[in-house]
Ligand binder design. Sequence first.
Ligand code: NCD
Ligand code: ZN
Ligand code: ZN
Ligand code: ZN
Length: 408
Amino acid sequence: MIVLKNVLIPHGEQWVKRDVIIQKGVYGEISESIDERPLKDARIIQGEERYLLPAFIDPHVHVREPGFDYKEDWITCSRAALKGGASSIFDMPNNKIPVVNYPGVKEKSEIASKKSYVNFGLYAALTDKNIDELKSTGMQGAVCGIKIYLARTTGNITVTSGSALLNVFNQPKPVLVHTGGIEGLKKVLFFYEKASKHFYVVPVLYVCHVSTGEEVALLRKWKKKLPSILAEATPHHLFLNKEEYTGLKGVLPPLSTKKDVEALWEGVKDGTIDLLGTDHAPHTVEEKRGRVPPSGFPGLETAFPLLLNAFKDRRLSLNSLLRMTSGNAGKLFKMGIGDGVVKGGEADCTLVEEGEFCAGEDGYETKCGWSPFHGWNLGFKPVLTVVNGFISYENGKFYRNPVKNLCR
Ligand code: NCD
Ligand code: ZN
Ligand code: ZN
Ligand code: ZN
């Protein structure tokens, strides 16, 4: 049992000071004052008015193992997650050997089960030829979603077949798409609309890394027609722009103009943008400095603090913050977290301290060892992260506890 004393928890648009009990993985009593003295064996944590929030669920991570584990592996990646206040990560299939069939998912799931410090979910990629495999019972029970690459990116698994793009919507798992830009977005919307006329039910369409005003405007319109569309924004597209950024270069989609960034924030405000996905895509510093740098930025250690900072600056409401970091992803993947810090809810959470905390000042957990936000004052820092009711991270120390494969 864990008792958190005097923590600030979200309550509507306010923070309220409470004592919170965590027991058997869920929140127990939450009240203004809990007498902890009779609670034997309880771990008492003095919250000292730090913030207790539902942990970040990151739906878009490139863990890299198996295949590219010199860039990142399940241990380093999941530790980066914990340090960033995340309790669950969902891993993309564009490995050295892309995950496109059951043996591929199974292999990865075995590695992750052994190594990950956080709950995990896996995606498989659509190819021009594997739709039957993706619809099979084995696959449906093993993945959290299906990823479509409509344009070339790290790993070469671009889909061109119209029949594959239609039939991927004739199965229930969420379909995530790397559009490659506005043309790709129009293309997938075309097939999604066609599918919603053809098939009795269609899955959620999850648009990854929305980055321009044009995409935001198009999605705003389409979401009125087809409400089962979800739009993701990454921390680097929300907080960096191509006019000012001077760090290690290269990410897909490319960083946008300040004007696009403003449009993206409008989308966050009016709910066109539903969730934050880091697109944590580690590559080594040597690779990034090389002649043909691979695209991708790491993001797990900085994303949640950055968004908290934006909340503090009134760029988004407390409710939007929670929807963006756990609410919508929790709903999408049918997880028991996401309703906030409430009695009976799954107690994946993080305790966050406010102060001057600079990105990278205490190093990085990610194996790639850098951040596009290096040196930024993040303003907030997770000091404790609870996964399935266990303390898995506390003040720079990591503890291995049982984790869940969220695909089942
Ligand atoms: C990602 C990667 O490196 O795997 N790179 C990136 O620039 N975002 C792939 C992707 O999400 O497109
Ligand atoms: Zn109290
Ligand atoms: Zn992508
Ligand atoms: Zn990605």
